[in-house]
Design a protein around this ligand. Structure first.
Ligand code: PHE
Length: 449
């Protein structure tokens, strides 16, 4: 049965929880590697523009839709529009995205746990540089190991979700997110002392547009959604646990700022190592796992640093994963199922799909559709298509149906300047930007560069 809706204990708790959702593998693992495969600076610039002009306004839109409706990502739309509103399709698409994303996210979360294990047992920091770079390949080659860690990761996600958002997540986020920031800053200080530091900065911040393909452009747009947990109802769902009167404008800005800062710091650190050790910046998903341990080897207390680092990445991944599961669980609960049943059912379904993602690196590596494995598809379809399309529709729904009436709720005291900006970014700029990039990509061949 449906009871009173739970709420976060306050504004700070919500900022931490939303940051917990936003800051995850997208920042620490994905951002550096896709910046690397897309040649650096130009990609980063497009990404930053997207965060500012598209991400922040849509973040406000999702928070508004969640907090005003106090409903899950599907019913929120009927609550604010009318019963059986066609806008609910955004919510359905979000549920599908959540399942697909979590199915591969959990596998990468498993890699992190495996590295945490390597760090704890001392292997990671007592090996040669070549051995360190070979660990991930070893993991990929072992179906049972990759499956084992995927299972552990999903169990942890289910365990946290089981206890409910407030008791489980809120408390963890409070301690662990600040610790993650502190540790990253320490690593950054070390990175500044490496030979590759200045090359890293110029790689990330000088713009060579010839290095950016159409696919890369779409990836930048898509990633700005992924990294802020947008376009699929996660922020709507978290927003629905906010009090109705919450002022959401500032919250959105703080979360977007923190998220971007952490992605950039992660990128600077990783590329400093890449250029110091002559590694390959465009190597793809293996980047974080093959470079960072090299830095640890240089530091005093290497093992301790490695243990702390992978632990925090694991936590960042977990807090994001829980928010993915929460989208479906909140929906299922609102349909009258108990929390525990919802968590078990959907955790189980996603776990099974995750097996396909886990085996994409070994047993099913040759099982490809248009040259891509299940893992690649789950990532590409959601990040490059479903999230941008979901976000585009959310912006239109919010900009045209809920504004300008909702402005005072977003900002408290709305000034001409910020209300105008929000109105026109959600009405015109964000939808148009996403649409243009999608069309440009579609006409250039849907799944090619
Ligand atoms: N934002 C998370 C990250 O960067 C991933 C995520 C996407 C979480 C969508 C929730 C919803 O790792």
């Amino acid at each position: 049965m449906m009871g009173e809706r739970v709420h976060w204990s306050g504004r700070m708790a919500f900022i931490l929880a939303a940051s917990g959702s936003a800051i995850g593998l997208g920042n620490l693992w994905k951002f550096p590697y896709i910046a690397g495969t897309n040649g650096g600076g130009a990609f980063v610039l497009v990404y930053l523009l997207c965060i500012a002009a598209v991400g922040v306004p849509i973040f406000m839109a999702e928070l508004f839709i969640g907090s005003q409706s106090q409903k899950n990502a599907v019913e929120a739309f009927s609550e604010l529009d009318r019963p059986r509103s066609p806008w609910r399709v955004i919510g359905w698409l979000g549920l599908v995205s959540a399942v697909l994303i979590l199915s591969f996210y959990s596998v990468v979360g498993g890699w992190v746990l495996d590295f945490e294990w390597l760090a704890l047992s001392g292997q990671l920091t007592s090996s040669s540089e070549e051995q360190v770079q070979a660990f991930l390949g070893g993991l990929f080659a072992s179906p049972s190991r990759i499956l084992f860690w995927h299972s552990v990761f999903m169990l942890l996600v289910v365990g946290i979700a089981w206890g409910g958002v407030r008791k489980g997540l809120e408390r963890w986020n409070n301690i662990l997110m600040p610790t993650l920031v502190a540790l990253l800053v320490v690593l950054l200080v070390y990175a500044t002392r490496l030979d590759g530091f200045s090359e890293s900065i110029s790689f990330l911040f000088s713009f060579d547009f010839s290095a950016l393909s159409r696919a890369g452009l779409l990836e930048a747009v898509g990633h700005s959604f992924f990294t802020l947990s947008l376009g699929m109802g996660a922020i709507i769902t978290y927003g629905s646990y906010l009090q109705k009167q919450s002022k959401i404008g500032r919250i959105a800005l703080s979360v977007a700022f923190l998220d971007t800062l952490i992605a950039l710091i992660a990128g600077i650190i990783i590329f400093s190592i890449v250029f110091s050790f002559g590694a390959e910046p465009g190597q793809g998903p293996t980047l974080m796992f093959q470079t960072l341990p090299l830095l640890f080897l240089q530091m005093p207390g290497a093992q301790f640093v490695a243990i702390a680092f992978f632990l925090l990445v694991a936590v960042a991944a977990l807090t994001s994963a829980v928010s993915l599961l929460e989208v479906i669980v909140a929906y299922w609960e609102d349909r009258g199922h108990s929390r525990k049943r919802s968590v078990l059912l959907w955790g189980g379904v996603i776990y099974l799909m995750g097996i396909l993602a886990a085996f994409s690196f070994n047993l099913l590596a040759d099982f490809k559709l248009f040259g891509k494995t299940y893992f690649d598809w789950a990532d590409l379809l959601t990040s490059s298509y479903f999230l941008p399309i979901g976000g585009l529709l959310i912006a239109i729904f919010f900009g045209w149906k809920l504004l300008p009436a909702g402005l005072s709720i977003v900002f408290g005291e709305a000034s001409r300047w910020n209300s105008g900006l929000l109105l026109w970014t959600t009405r015109i700029i964000a939808p148009l930007a996403v649409l243009l990039v999608l069309l440009w990509k579609v006409f250039g061949g849907l799944f090619s560069a």
